[in-house]
Design a protein around this ligand. Structure first.
Ligand code: OXD
Ligand code: MN
Length: 634
């Protein structure tokens, strides 16, 4: 270790912690820690190992410093973020890029030298009255090709506590990498606090240095901005994956349980707050992960692993009827961190929990009374729409046995979806891989939600549901996805789903439980058990198969009218969507692969030809008459 680095570490780290740090013989890591100490000037430094005692220390510290409040049920705590710090800050999250380089106009950046100086200015002495926590975690199953070692430095025990739930321990793993420079680094400080929350949110910055594989985050506590291994690491991983030939995606991973004990694994990409968690927790199925997956090719197979081992889920409309498994987990004595819910007598309450909410309590705005308005005149909801819970997947009864499998799971199907009120049918299979990537994944549009700061309900283009995190030029990202099936013996089938379709009266056409049928149908398709109906947009289910699945799994009739309302092909809406999305590619994505435009043109021609024959709104029964049933596709 260089003399200067050693001196800094020796000065700040007391015996045990110094020993723990140097037990990892990694000079780049030592330099990173020494620099962070010099910059933030903590009053003390705590180096965490993988031991349960260290996790217990972090948890106790979060309670002691007021960042978490213990709740009635054993293992439960509650954290509040500041009123203006309740979602991912997509404006102040930027790539640090050297002068003259660009990732395309869709990816926000800041000139590197100026950006580093700015964020380091905000971090200067930010830990002067606090303990610095140094934590080591792994992204992906330990000991696997998927795994990436990470170091997180933070002054927030809430952040470290959340990571202990969400990620696999990494201290012992880090020892094994020797002096390798290949690991991700995260430096976070909450900045100045007022009533336990970050005070200077106007100086909130999340700056990502792709070359250095490192992220700075300051003046914020909200998990999406601070938990380095979550969305900040995803950006680093997308760049790394693009160099190394694998994929890092905003995807759930689940085991879908078909007939006779068969399990087929699916991944699914939907934008934040559009049903990834509730899909991966569907009754009767098993969860591998709900948010971020790495996909790799191994011996001609496409395999994937959950990067995490916990869930940082949205707690809204989680009730015993719509999300029974999550609801049950949240009322059991397992380890859970709630954030930004309503607290009354140390009990959490949230929007849509299936009971009347109390009229007063403590929430993200402080003491709250029903009807209170904020400084912009908006009514403050009892709990925030982006309130969260954080728990360990192995604590769930539906945890998939392959969660930690080093080889990952075989991907049978991929599902893309978004918040779309008027275009896509509830479930549909793409004609092939390329059509799936282009007309499903690369064509996602979704209405914005409370998971990001800013206006809700605005229809926006969201490439593969990953637009907020893509860190390479968008056209290249599409091409990499297209190429990913090369050399795969049996590429996964690609599907779209739409849980948010509405009728003419504006009412949702589906209940929350219906998604179980769409996913089970897709599982039958992957295994060649059901036929399909060919439409201009893709393959849709045959009525009788859905009617049977609804009866069998939801004990409900699915009528022919339901089928027609939900599976009518809406030609004008589909054409308008293609035009809107194509405009984005033409205007903002100069490196768009030409195949995307060709595939859009083909889709347009199919839609127009069908409209010519059947009109603008085509009932699937009209297409069924005289074929072409694609039973041969089985
Ligand atoms: C998340 C998000 O927290 O995407 O998963 O915002
Ligand atoms: Mn997410």
């Amino acid at each position: 270790m260089a003399g200067e680095v050693k001196d800094i570490l020796k000065r700040k780290l007391t015996g045990k912690h110094y020993e723990r740090l140097i037990a990892i013989a990694n000079s780049k890591m030592h330099r990173f820690v020494a620099d962070a100490i010099e910059l933030t000037d903590p009053s003390s430094v705590y180096v965490c190992t993988d031991s349960p005692d260290d996790v217990a220390y972090i948890r106790a510290l979060a309670i002691k410093n007021g960042e978490e409040i213990p709740l009635d049920i054993k293992g439960h705590t509650c954290h509040f973020d500041g009123y203006h710090d309740q979602g991912r800050d997509t404006f102040s999250t930027r790539y640090l890029l050297p002068t003259g380089s660009s990732l395309g106009e869709s990816l926000k950046s800041v000139e590197k030298q100026a950006g580093v100086a700015e964020v380091r200015g905000f971090l200067k002495n930010s830990m002067a009255d606090r303990e610095m926590l140094i934590c080591f975690w792994a992204l992906g199953p330990i000991g696997s090709d998927f795994a990436i070692p990470c170091i997180q430095i933070t002054d927030s025990p809430y952040v470290a506590h959340s990571e202990s739930i969400l990620y696999r321990p990494g201290y012992e793993q880090f020892k094994k990498i020797g002096d390798s420079p290949h690991f991700f680094r995260f430096l976070h400080s909450e900045g100045e606090l007022e009533k336990f929350v970050s005070k200077n949110v106007d100086k909130r910055r999340v700056y990502i240095d792709l070359e250095e594989e490192m992220v700075y985050s300051v003046n914020t506590q909200y998990g999406g901005n601070t938990i380095g291994l979550k969305k900040l690491a995803l950006r680093l991983a997308i760049q790394k994956a693009s160099r190394e030939g694998w994929l890092a995606e905003h995807m759930f991973v689940m085991g879908v349980h078909g007939p006779k004990g068969r399990v087929t694994y699916f991944t699914g990409a939907f934008p934040s707050a559009c049903g990834k968690t509730s899909t991966s927790m569907l009754p009767g199925q098993t969860i591998v992960g709900d948010d971020i997956a790495y996909l790799r090719k191994k011996e001609g197979q496409m395999r994937c692993a959950n990067v995490e081992k916990g869930i940082f889920g949205i707690i809204r409309d989680v009730n015993s009827k719509d999300d029974p498994i999550i609801y049950e987990a949240l009322t059991e004595p397992i380890e859970v961190i709630f954030s930004n819910v309503l607290l009354v007598d140390n009990k959490p309450h949230w929007l849509g929990m299936g009971r009347e909410l109390p009229k007063k309590g403590i929430n993200h705005s402080g003491q709250w009374l029903e009807g209170t308005k904020d400084d912009k005149g908006n009514e403050i909801t009892a709990s925030h729409k982006n309130a969260r819970y954080c728990l360990n997947i192995p604590d769930l009864a539906n945890c998939d046995p392959l969660l930690d499998e080093p080889e990952g799971v075989l991907v049978g199907g991929i599902v893309y979806g978004g918040r779309d009120s008027d275009t896509w049918v509830p479930v549909e299979q793409a004609f092939n891989w390329n059509e799936g990537i282009i007309l499903k994944g690369a064509a996602i549009e979704s209405e914005t939600t409370a998971a990001t700061l800013g206006k809700e309900g605005v229809r926006t283009f969201n490439l593969m549901s990953n637009i907020d995190f893509v860190s390479i030029p968008l056209g290249r990202y599409v091409q990499i996805n297209l190429d990913f099936a090369n050399g795969v013996k049996k590429p996964p089938l690609v599907f779209s789903v739409n849980y948010f379709l509405r009728g003419k009266d504006g009412k949702y056409l589906n209940g929350m439980a219906d998604k179980l049928v769409w996913i089970l149908w897709a599982e039958l398709r992957v295994n060649g058990d059901v036929g399909v109906l060919k439409t201009p947009t893709g393959f849709v289910p045959i009525y009788d198969d859905l009617a049977r699945l609804f009866r069998q799994h939801l004990s409900r009739d699915f009528t022919r009218d339901d089928y027609v309302r939900q599976f009518t092909i809406r030609i004008p809406e589909n054409l308008a969507k293609l035009d809107r999305v194509e405009k984005v590619y033409r205007e903002k994505v100069p490196d768009t692969p030409q195949i995307l435009f060709r595939t859009f043109d083909e889709a347009r021609s199919r839609l127009k030809a069908a409209a010519h024959k059947h009109g603008d709104y085509i009932s699937p029964f009209d297409l069924a008459q005289g074929g072409p049933f694609d039973l041969a596709e089985k």
